[in-house]
Design a protein around this ligand. Structure first.
Ligand code: AMP
Ligand code: TRP
Length: 342
């Protein structure tokens, strides 16, 4: 990897398409905060509104959800002075670089994306062109900042491999070493938080059952009730984490507990091995309420002043643009666009 020539920089994004869950918190936000606080990388975090509209979004809802997502970032511990926080549509380079990458990426690559297959389903004739091109825009998000590392949940791994392919093909086709080959960062016990009703399905805002997920806005009683009713098997918890291998629902609850308490799964098993569900579930609910309530209280407080959120996002967009603009210009120049060298 030609990493040394690139500033260590993290980029990640979340779609402001509503319904932020515990999966988003543990799989994404909490890790974004940890990376910011470690101070090892410049951090660029983006609310990807252009991605959101690849499926229909009511404009008023999109606006509200973008502010809600911004509040979620800040309430979770993203400091908009230390990290760059903004919404994608306000930095024109995302759409501009995405066009270049639409011309680099191949139809066949896009057609193999499992998220495309899942979202377009059998009715792909009727899906938007944007949904098909989604991964090229995602590659543009990342490479517009020459990001070296991208923290995401497991579900985004394939898109990151495609981002590497796009960077490599651009570099190869134009005979340059311009875009970094970005490393995905998929680590920790909660890269794949599963549904509370079915341990083989990802916890998702789009699941029809609200009992399957913890929403970032759920109150303490709702959180407790959802964990109490979470599907499990009848066995008590084993002594060793390995013995949860074939017990997806049980393992999911242990993973959530470990991630929330910031301990390894082995340390958690040393404490709770042998516990029955009547003992473990209330502990988990209490911990979740303790960690999540301050975030949702802070979100509520911030959302009472939307103008303040808009100011933060506008400042973030300005800072993002200052990093992006020279990289876009150089890309145009490499591609032979007259006037780009100015
Ligand atoms: P999305 O809400 O689909 O835009 O996802 C935003 C981020 O949250 C991405 O990094 C996802 O990988 C992550 N994420 C979403 N759902 C989950 C989940 N159930 N478990 C772990 N990470 C998740
Ligand atoms: N596709 C990601 C998701 O649904 C969101 C996203 C868009 C993203 N652009 C990104 C994540 C760039 C990481 C980096 O979760």
């Amino acid at each position: 990897m030609a990493d040394a020539q690139f500033t260590p920089r993290v980029f990640s994004g979340i779609q402001p398409s509503g319904g932020l869950t515990l999966g988003n918190y543990l799989g994404a936000l909490k890790r974004f905060v940890d990376i910011q606080n470690a101070g090892t990388h410049e951090c660029v975090y983006c609310l990807v509104d252009l991605h959101a509209i690849t499926v229909w979004q009511d404009p008023a809802d999109l606006e509200a959800q973008t502010r809600e997502a911004a509040a979620f970032f800040i309430a979770s511990g993203i400091d908009p002075d230390r990290s760059i926080l903004f919404n994608q549509s306000q930095v024109p380079g995302h759409a501009q670089l995405a066009w270049i990458f639409n011309c680099v990426a191949r139809m066949g690559w896009m057609g193999r994306m499992t998220q495309w297959k899942d979202k377009a389903g059998k009715n792909s004739e009727n899906a938007s062109l944007g949904l098909f091109a989604y991964p090229a825009l995602m590659a543009a998000d990342i490479l517009l900042y020459h990001a070296t590392h991208v923290p995401v949940g497991e579900d985004q791994k394939q898109h990151l491999e495609l981002t590497r392919d796009i960077a490599a093909k651009f570099n190869h086709d134009y005979g340059v070493d311009f875009f970094p080959i970005t490393e995905p960062v998929i680590e920790g016990p909660a890269t794949r938080v599963m549904s509370l009703r079915d341990g083989t399905k990802k916890m998702s805002k789009s699941d029809p059952s609200d009992m399957s997920r913890i929403n970032m806005g759920d109150d303490a009683d709702t959180i407790a009730q959802k964990f109490r009713k979470a599907r499990t098997d009848p066995e008590p918890l084993p002594e060793r984490y390995e013995d949860l291998k074939d017990r997806p629902e049980a393992r999911n609850l242990v993973d959530i507990f470990a991630a929330l308490s910031e301990r390894s799964t082995d340390a958690v098993m040393a404490e709770v091995g042998g516990f029955g569900w009547g003992q473990f579930k209330p502990m988990l609910a209490e911990l979740a309420v303790e960690k999540l309530s301050p975030i949702s209280d802070e979100m509520t407080r911030m959302l009472a002043d939307p103008a303040e959120i808009d100011t933060v996002l506008a400042r973030g967009a300005e800072r993002a643009n200052a990093v992006a603009e020279p990289i876009l210009r150089r890309t145009y120049e490499i591609a032979g666009m007259v006037g780009a060298e100015k």
